[in-house]
Design a protein around this ligand. Structure first.
Ligand SMILES: NC(=O)c1ccc[n+]([C@@H]2O[C@H](COP(=O)([O-])OP(=O)(O)OC[C@H]3O[C@@H](n4cnc5c(N)ncnc54)[C@H](OP(=O)(O)O)[C@@H]3O)[C@@H](O)[C@H]2O)c1
Length: 300
């Protein structure tokens, strides 16, 4: 493939992650960026950007919007994951060279993680993209960043702090990789700037390896006056309850969350990256002081 990517289409550009990636793509000054938005979407994106209204169920609509693009970066939210199958078909058929699907999570290269029900849509999309790459010129990169650090802290995902009763899983000392949205944006720019080194593989990035107890210690520094009453839970118990709900056909976040925790924290599921592509992709990492600043914003 040509080693230069210039025209980049982004999907999900108004989302929590997509909006940060969009800003990083623009700030890099290296790309002509085009946003593909669902027809009728009320989502707001950075002013002055080329926007195409697209019917994501129509191959022709997608092909017309993607003509002339070198790369597609998708940051669609979870409801839109399977819509990327047609998106990838359209991209390959109009000569898009690199497809980055909305992955941005746990280590789905780990066979145990790959089998968790919660990742089935993403695995299906990955498998489809890998198949397309065998018969077309389209290549792919999957971004693995394990948990979102700043977003996770703001949404009680990595450590629940909103009610001062953080839930510590298996005692809170499990080590895991964590990445800020900003660093994921840097990594996407890094991938598009290094297409050959990132061709047809997953890249791993993180800002730091931490634990819930380490994060709690930093939260205490950020909010010294607060009284913390941690609650310890067993990951196996959480997952057993999720299995029961799943068996009853209850498919909601209460069912899925324990599987996300399993993938992110359980050492057997690969959520602590031993090696990363940080250096190649320009991910600089975060210090404990950076995490304290994140907590200060969130806990104030
Ligand atoms: N690792 C972690 O801790 C973690 C945490 C959260 C999320 N994630 C992952 O990060 C990725 C992005 O998540 P997010 O929370 O940033 O997403 P989000 O905020 O929910 O994203 C919303 C965006 O997705 C688009 N969208 C929604 N449904 C769509 C559909 N059916 N077809 C096409 N586009 C659709 C919207 O498009 P319009 O602009 O057209 O309205 C909007 O721009 C996902 O893969 C998610 O699983 C990872």
């Amino acid at each position: 493939m040509s080693s230069t990517i210039k025209n980049v289409a982004i999907i999900g550009a108004a989302g929590a992650l997509g909006s940060v990636i969009l800003d990083k793509l623009i700030a890099s000054g290296q790309f002509n960026v085009k946003v593909l938005r669902r027809s009728g979407s009320k989502s707001i994106v950075t002013a002055g950007i080329d926007i195409a209204e697209v019917d994501f169920t129509s191959l022709d609509s997608l092909k017309s919007a993607l003509a002339g693009q070198d790369a597609v970066v998708s940051a669609v939210g979870n409801e839109g994951i399977e819509s990327q199958i047609l998106l990838a078909d359209a991209a390959a058929s109009v000569g898009v060279k690199r497809f980055i699907p909305s992955e941005f999570g746990s280590n789905v290269e780990n066979p145990r993680t790959r089998q968790l029900v919660v990742y089935a849509p993403k695995v299906k999309v990955q498998d489809h993209i890998i198949e397309i790459s065998k018969t077309t010129d389209m290549t792919y990169t999957f971004v693995l960043n394990n948990v979102f650090l700043d977003w996770g802290l703001q949404h009680d995902f990595v450590l629940s702090t909103s009610n001062s009763k953080p839930i510590l899983i298996d005692g809170g000392d499990l080590l895991f990789s964590a990445t800020t949205l900003s660093s994921i944006g840097d990594a996407v720019v890094g991938i598009l700037s290094h297409p050959d080194e990132t061709k047809n593989r997953a890249v791993r990035i993180h800002d730091l390896v931490t634990s819930q107890n380490q994060l709690l210690a930093l939260a205490k520094q950020a909010a010294p006056g607060r009284v913390w009453e941690p609650v310890t839970v067993s990951l196996d118990d959480m997952v057993a309850k999720a299995d029961e709900r799943l068996a009853k056909g209850i498919l909601d976040m209460q069912t899925f969350a324990p599987y996300l925790s399993r993938a992110a924290l359980d050492p057997n599921y690969g959520g602590k990256f031993e090696q990363t592509d940080n250096e190649l992709l320009g991910v600089k990492g975060k210090t404990e002081q950076d995490v304290i600043e994140i907590f200060k914003k969130h806990l104030s």
